[in-house]
Design a protein around this ligand. Structure first.
Ligand code: ADP
Length: 721
């Protein structure tokens, strides 16, 4: 008989076996419904094999669903990703079927003119109805009657005469066929050489990882789009995936791709409406969708001939998915390209230490773009020593920064004040008793938001109105706001420059892609003088009239105390500074710091990426940390403190001994209480050549997690909270 292993969307370590009814045609990647205890569960066929002489009584698959299967290459990738991230394979597999959760948009019945037919009796009412319709379509008879101001019988008469008809209009596909010759850019010599290297990798038709390394504005996008054109010329059925770290960046790239290839690419992220996602899923599955621009989950789309992946802004921490299934989209992109024998381009002005190390050691090809395109020059970066020129009491902008803003405004140019902190004030404190306001069930501090008048937990989303009395000691009007967020900086800017047009760009003021598009447009068109922004604006946008970037607190990221704090600060500030001065206007960036002699600040001032990388890399090598070693975390959490302790003790007892591996913990997580759950962490450090996944598997093999406790494995953690 035939037996199928079926992946179920449950935290099970492997697929379950089911019998295949005798006369069924079933393939790998097919969607099925199977019985599980008393339930019926949707599953995905992972494997089918012929079994002889088995007397096991297997339950049979109940139904095969009529939706396109997940192709074998995508199934293989899911399997690999599950093993790499230690995710239950069924849960991983269901990342790949999310696009199927909604039906595709349906064909619409619409009223339209029949070509070449005119009414025999053109009454005034009939002529008006036809003129109103023109070459368009109307949704119904009633619609057209209303629009033309005629009675329904007039429309009916036209239909009876065969002048109008009801047609089934198929929904348009949300993507088109790219034409590599549509509108090529004349590349500079440097860019053309880079594009040729990528083309060479494509022609090799093997796995080719490439770091495309060039400052913001050097033309990395132009170069990889040229490589896409080359690929499409050679292999018209090829598919390309371009991953971006932020949904807010997709629109600009979609427009550029449409201008370059004469057709919109497919778009994939959480804001795409479900019926469109279904169309994209099926288009990717059928091969009709050639170019996909998406967020990290696009990696799990069912590509049939994926030949090239671009990870734009590859250093960006947003590629690490922290909620639910934990994975790093950049790392999985490299793996997927490797399985598909495809090209993977990692593009960045400030590559991650991991990628730089891979390039230095020759594992990745390293393609560099030297200068900014055309006349554009990099901004001057200067440090403002806050010890020498501090802001006034209760203010955050130092005199030199204010002076620079005055000059910039006077020239009719734009300033960006960068502070990676949402809200008004990061801490709210009681002057009477010293109580810091926290959420009732979490350890994180509440952030004051003045626009909404609420205190918000940025971790869990909990919020409450700002109380008039301290909840701890009851003192009235004693709560004070400590430190600045973007809203407070905007307030100070408005006080200093009452005539200036000031806007805040953060995930609170720009909640979705449409709002982001609008704000970016207004900034681009010069409708804003001073933009106060979190990292939401530090990435990728081109503002031609922006000539001053003021970094309010350059030291902010250095205090995080995690492995990549300095690296992130460096990348973020270089990106932020890189916003200044495009095209023909030189820009400058001023960084307010209390630590001007810190190596990160010195490297920033000199724009010396190599010096920074060297210093940072030496430190990591010494400690055996990534990229010179491996890390993994176990995060154990429970509302039941005793159960949590028991589990941690049990886990600690089971730690396998192995060479070149150390396990630290269990320790209270820095955020020891979130949503009423206590949290503890183990951290595994291993040498680079250790198979950490195998080690973790051995550790957790026989371990049963009680229902009241959650255990999360994070291979290569980016967050240490
Ligand atoms: P990056 O991706 O490195 O930030 P882009 O490819 O976005 O750089 O290029 C920055 C700007 O310069 C874009 O507006 C782009 O259209 C323009 N540009 C780059 N190279 C050329 C070129 N060879 N010809 C015309 N415009 C170019």
């Amino acid at each position: 008989m035939k037996v199928a292993s079926v992946l179920l969307p449950l935290p099970l370590p492997e697929a379950f076996d089911y019998g295949v009814p005798d006369d069924w045609e079933l393939g790998i990647g097919d969607h099925v419904v199977v019985p599980l205890g008393p339930r019926r569960v949707r599953g995905l066929v992972q494997e089918i094999r012929e079994v002889t002489g088995s007397n096991r009584r297997l339950r049979e698959i109940e139904e095969r669903l009529d939706v396109p299967s997940v192709p074998p290459s995508a199934m293989a990738f899911l399997d690999w990703a599950a093993r790499w991230t230690l995710t239950p394979p069924g849960e991983m597999a269901f990342l790949a079927t999310r696009g199927l959760s909604s039906p595709p948009p349906r064909a619409e019945r619409r009223l339209r003119r029949v070509a070449g037919r005119d009414p025999a009796r053109p009454t005034e009412a009939r002529s008006r109805a036809l003129a109103t319709l023109g070459d368009d379509e109307a949704a119904s008879m009633a619609d057209l009657a209303r629009a033309a101001g005629v009675s329904a019988s007039v429309i009916k008469g036209l239909m009876d005469e065969g002048v109008l008809e009801v047609a089934e209009i198929q929904p348009a596909l949300p993507f088109g066929v790219p034409d590599p010759e549509f509108s090529a850019t004349q590349l500079s010599a440097d860019q053309a050489a880079a594009a040729r290297r990528l083309a060479g990798a494509i022609d090799g038709r093997t796995f080719a990882p490439v770091l495309l390394d060039g400052v913001t504005g050097s033309g990395k996008t132009e170069v990889y789009l040229e490589a896409v054109a080359h690929l499409l010329r050679q292999q018209p059925d090829a598919q390309v995936l371009i991953l971006l770290p932020e949904i807010a960046l997709t629109q600009a790239l979609m427009r550029r791709i449409e201008a370059r290839f004469g057709a919109p690419p497919a778009e994939w992220h959480s804001s795409v409406p479900p019926p469109v996602r279904r169309q994209v899923w099926e288009g990717v599955r059928s091969g009709e969708a050639h170019l996909v621009v998406g967020a990290r989950s696009a990696l799990f789309l069912p590509f049939r001939s994926l030949r090239m992946i671009v990870v734009d802004e590859e250093h960006d921490g947003s590629f690490k998915q922290e909620q639910g299934i934990v994975y790093h989209a950049r790392d999985l992109a490299v793996a997927r390209a490797s399985q598909s024998q495809a090209l993977v381009v990692l593009a960045s002005a400030t590559p991650s230490l991991e990628t730089l190390t891979n390039a230095e050691q020759g594992r990745y090809d390293w393609v560099r773009l030297a200068a900014r395109h055309g006349a554009a020059v990099l901004p001057d970066i200067d440090l403002i020593d806050l010890r020498a020129t501090p802001p006034d009491r209760g203010r955050w902008l130092s005199p030199p920064l204010v002076e620079a803003m005055v000059e910039t405004l006077a020239k009719g140019e734009q300033s960006l004040l960068f502070l990676n902190r949402r809200g008004y004030a990061p801490v709210v404190l009681c002057r009477a008793c010293g109580e810091r306001m926290t959420a009732p069930d979490s350890d994180s501090w509440l952030v004051e938001h003045r626009y909404t008048g609420r205190l918000v937990c940025h971790l869990t989303g909990f919020s409450m109105p700002k109380p008039s009395h301290c909840p701890a000691c009851g003192a009235a009007d004693s709560l004070v706001s400590i430190g600045p967020g973007v809203e407070r900086i905007a307030e100070e800017a408005a006080e200093r420059f009452p005539e200036a047009r000031i806007e805040v760009f953060s995930s609170d003021t720009v909640p979705d892609a449409a709002a982001a598009r609008d704000l970016v447009r207004r900034m681009t068109e010069g409708e804003i003088d001073i933009l106060v922004a979190t990292q939401a604006a530090a990435k990728g946008h081109n503002f031609p009239n922006l000539t001053l970037v003021g970094v309010v607190d350059a030291d902010l990221g250095l205090k995080g105390g995690d492995l990549r704090a300095a690296e992130r600060t460096f990348q973020l500030l270089i990106q932020a500074a890189g916003r200044a001065g495009r095209a023909d206007r030189p820009g400058r960036a001023l960084l307010q710091t209390w630590l001007p002699e810190h190596p990160v600040m010195q490297a920033l001032k000199a724009m010396d990426r190599d010096a920074f990388t060297q210093a940072e890399g030496d430190g990591r090598r010494l400690m055996g940390l990534p990229p010179y070693g491996r890390l993994a975390a176990l995060i154990v959490s429970s509302a039941d403190a005793e159960a949590l302790d028991r589990v941690c003790l049990d886990l600690a007892r089971r730690i396998p001994t192995a060479e070149r591996v150390e396990v630290y913990g269990p320790a209270d997580a820095p955020l020891a209480l979130v949503r009423g759950r206590r949290r503890k962490r183990f951290l595994v450090r291993a040498d680079r050549d250790v198979d950490v996944q195998a080690y973790l598997r051995a550790w957790l093999a026989e371990f049963k997690v009680p229902a009241s406790v959650r255990l999360r494995v994070d291979v290569d953690p980016y967050s240490f909270l």
